[in-house]
Design a protein. Structure first.
Length: 355
């Protein structure tokens, strides 16, 4: 530390602080105390900016004395680089979305970005949720739980704001997406239940109108039609534990002889199994085989041991971040769809095959 910096610090130790410290300190106050220009103060607090070691020490010492903290948001407005990424996630904290959100925050922070998060359920529609980000000059946007209108997608493109759909895709082909191969996952579930000699099959659906639900059902139904010539019973639900419980009651009322079920998510499957066991004394897998989708942490619990279709959440997040960064550097670009492989995880809810 040079002598000038020591003098500044010593004033804070024993002397009375200048009057400028009584109000919220500004970069101008720091510049005056350090004896440098205001632009020099700005350079000290700008990562990568050129500044001498001596100047840096003087400015940092003055900032410590005054209790000055640079306003990152204001600096972002000036430089047009806010280092902010917007995330739209569901309000309902499912295990998979909780894992994904934690992964996004960690990876983006490591890359030097901060996250702003909104939940789509708090707005009348997804477009309104996304527009809340515009005032903060975010540099990129990840949407995990909402459907954007074509007009908003065009508006984002015109502003040079990259948008990535996470774990689902839009019908609008102009929006990039990173998702699992849901259709192949449905096919894997169907082939596994058929191999287990299940003859009366059902699909417990997720949220209607979502690409995840539609693609999982499409793969499941197509394989059953091709190999068995049958159409599965469909029970409408949503991606929650409570919906799985309700679906179990409906199944026992409408088709109690069903012996193979594919649930659109693990949380549906857990509620479904708990209700069958507690309310109907159904044995799993002896009476009915059950397959979920996601491989949530709870799927491996001893009380469930759920056979499921695993999607690789860390890799989905990494691919999304990589694509987002690439589009941010390019100022946009053509839409990209990345579909990642899924795999069957055999546990204890599908009976041994006899076919």
């Amino acid at each position: 530390m040079n002598n000038q910096a020591k003098k500044i610090d010593s004033a804070a130790d024993g002397g009375k602080k200048p009057d400028i410290a009584r109000a919220a300190p500004t970069s101008k106050d720091v510049a005056r105390l350090a004896g440098v220009s205001q632009s020099a103060v700005s350079r000290v607090f700008t990562p990568g900016a050129s500044v001498s070691d001596a100047t840096r020490e003087r400015v940092q010492a003055a900032a410590r004395q005054l209790g000055y903290k640079p306003n990152a948001f204001a600096r972002g407005l000036i430089t047009r680089h806010s280092r902010l990424i917007g995330l739209v996630f569901p309000q309902q904290a499912t295990p998979i979305y909780s894992l994904a959100l934690a992964e996004f925050c960690q990876r983006l922070h490591q890359a030097g970005y901060q996250t702003l998060i909104v939940t789509a359920e708090n707005f009348s529609n997804a477009d309104e949720a996304v527009r809340t980000f515009f005032d903060y000059q975010i540099e990129g946007l990840v949407v995990a739980s909402a459907t954007l209108s074509s007009s908003l997608a065009r508006e984002c493109a015109e502003q040079g704001l990259p948008v990535i759909q996470f774990a689902r895709r839009e019908r609008d082909p102009s929006i990039s997406a990173v998702l699992s191969d849901n259709q192949h996952g449905g096919k894997l579930a169907a082939s596994t239940l058929v191999a287990a000699a299940c003859t009366s099959l059902a699909y417990i659906a997720g949220n209607p109108g979502t690409s995840t639900n539609e693609e999982r059902f499409r793969g499941f139904a197509a394989h059953l039609k091709k190999t068995q010539g049958q159409v599965p019973l469909v029970i409408d639900a949503a991606f929650s534990y409570q919906d799985g419980c309700a679906a179990a009651h409906r199944l026992m009322q409408e088709a109690p002889r069903t012996d193979g079920v594919f649930c659109a998510s693990d949380m549906i499957a857990l509620g479904f199994m708990d209700t069958l066991r507690s309310d109907y004394r159904v044995r799993i897998p002896e009476d009915i085989s059950v397959i979920g989708f996601d491989d949530a942490p709870e799927a491996s619990w001893a009380s469930y041991q759920l056979t499921t279709i695993r999607q690789d959440i860390p890799r989905l997040v990494q691919e999304t971040c990589d694509l987002l960064m690439a589009q941010m550097e390019q100022g946009g670009g053509a839409p990209v769809i990345r579909e990642l492989a899924v795999e069957l995880v055999m546990r204890g809810t599908v009976r041994a095959g006899t076919a």
